[in-house]
Design a protein around this ligand. Sequence first.
Ligand SMILES: [Zn+2]
Ligand SMILES: [Zn+2]
Length: 274
Amino acid sequence: MSRNFKEINEMYDFHVHTYFSDDCSIEMESYVMHAIEQGLTGICFTDHIDIDYPCPEMKFQFDYSRYIDEISKLKEKYKGKLDILTGIEFGMQPHILETDKSFFQDKCFDYILGSIHAANRKELYGGDFLIDNTEKQGITDYFNDLICCVKNFKSLHNLGHLDAISRYVSKGSYKAVDFMEYIEEALRAMVYNGKGLEVNTSGKRYGLPHFHPEPGILALYQKLGGEIVTLGSDSHNPSTLGYGFAEAKEMLLSLGFKYHTIFRSGKPEFIKLT
Ligand SMILES: [Zn+2]
Ligand SMILES: [Zn+2]
């Protein structure tokens, strides 16, 4: 892989939702203005596409041409003030593997963040994955889907919020140590395929004691040879842009990471952590 390293201190938020996502009503430009006020170097819009999302009321689809068009206009308008990148948060499920290939064929994204929002074709958010299922089995279903997806979704650049499953089960019933075998298998596949891992700072906004994933998982990813980590707030509101980034950077440094990563035209760029 050819490497693009930067020594200067730049900060990007690489997980931002707008009104192109079914669960958000905020205009893109609000984020741009807020990011400039906050002194961010750039943001990457990552609106949701969840093909065959298992909840009929939520489609999680957007019009690609309109998306590109609106981002292009903002890039032009705010040139020199904010580096605006075009991403997507793609909901991965094992049964849409074929769609993954065709979906990206005629589209161009700087960054493809793959996330798991369903387990065994049942949604996490509303708790459907636990209907007639034990919590342990529900979590196992989640990790089985995750392993299959990180091994097979070739278009993916980074994996989003790896342990977000902890939000959807009762307190104390998920412990990373109980699922480490699954987590390690996923991380090994990611390192082997050159895929990155997102540090999603929204975990603490959800009242968890850590970001996603928890530090032990990041340490294991690094031990296995992983070095691509992005920072994303998973904002659905401009007020949370860059949430917890100073703390996340410190945590990454303490784990021995030297760089965080952004993606441009699908290529990683490494920015020194300071
Ligand atoms: Zn997500
Ligand atoms: Zn998201």
